[in-house]
Ligand binder design. Structure first.
Ligand code: HEM
Length: 252
């Protein structure tokens, strides 16, 4: 049997793809938290990412997509293999002992996938009806923000190689307008909660699959996984909440 067809091989695929995605989730959160600073920060960050040299942005995007596909493939095929291999009563006993997060991994995974698709349509493709952001970004109360702005740092406009003002995508106000819709904010908070609990359980199983979780380290690694889950949840949830409580103000 080839390694990929075996349960062990699939567990490795799940663990490694999950590891890459968990690192991305942490990095993306840190990047997004810049919304609490000067609008220049997150707008310049978005600009830098979108102008990475050598088509690197697309390399990273395709790599992340490959990880998502591999992760889902391994999850589904492992589930089918386990169902075939396990007698019914064993499964019932195992279910009683397993935590809520571990029992609902497939379900939370599917909701997270729906969240991710909505999120990409909302902020990357900007194709959610009412959120197209072609010229202006319109908030829930009708306030209009320009979709693009000059990059301004400490009152000084940054210029390009020709001395023209550097025009960047207004990521800062796009977030303010995006989260001015209560249902969208709620959907994000629920989505990131499920994601972070899924990741927290995933990180702990990953240590097991990679053979790193012996008895001595079990407790510490489970704690690391739990801290990871809560830090990412609170970091992401603080963004819509910060906007709702007026901690993040529009730049224009
Ligand atoms: C409060 C939560 C979040 C906020 C405010 C947020 C914000 C954003 C923004 C503003 C962009 C577009 C960046 C740009 O236009 O330059 C973006 C892209 C993206 N986000 Fe999030 N995000 C959140 C949560 C997440 C989560 C939990 C995930 C992963 C599961 C995620 C995955 C992505 C991906 C894959 C992209 C596309 C990157 C690209 O290829 O351009 N985001 N996010």
């Amino acid at each position: 049997m080839s390694l990929l067809a075996s349960s062990l091989g699939k567990k490795y695929v799940m663990a490694l793809s999950g590891l890459v995605l968990s690192i991305f989730v942490l990095g993306h959160m840190v990047g997004n938290l810049q919304v609490f600073g000067d609008p220049y920060l997150i707008n310049a960050y978005g600009y830098k990412l979108q102008h990475l040299p050598y088509g690197l942005l697309w390399v990273v995007r395709l790599f992340l997509l490959a990880c998502v596909v591999a992760h889902i493939w391994a999850a589904i095929t492992l589930k089918i293999q386990n169902k075939k291999a396990r007698p019914q009563d064993y499964e019932a006993k195992a279910t009683v002992q397993a935590s809520l997060a571990s029992r609902t991994m497939i379900m939370s995974g599917l909701i997270i996938l729906a969240f991710l698709i909505f999120h990409l349509l909302h902020y990357t493709v900007r194709a959610v009806p009412g959120h197209q952001y072609n010229h202006a970004i319109i908030a829930n109360d009708g306030t209009e923000y320009p979709a693009e702005v000059p990059l301004v740092l400490h009152g000084k406009t940054k210029v390009d190689a020709y001395g023209d003002p550097l025009i960047v995508h207004n990521v800062h106000d796009m977030m303010i307008a995006g989260f001015s819709y209560p249902l969208i904010s709620l959907f994000y908070i629920i989505g990131v909660y499920l994601l972070c609990m899924h990741l927290s359980h995933g990180v702990s199983s990953m240590f097991q699959s990679l053979g790193l979780r012996n008895e001595k380290w079990r407790y510490r690694l489970d704690k690391i996984a739990m801290v990871y889950g809560w830090v990412t949840f609170l970091g992401y949830a603080s963004i819509p909440l910060g906007i709702w409580f007026g901690i993040v103000n529009a730049s224009v």
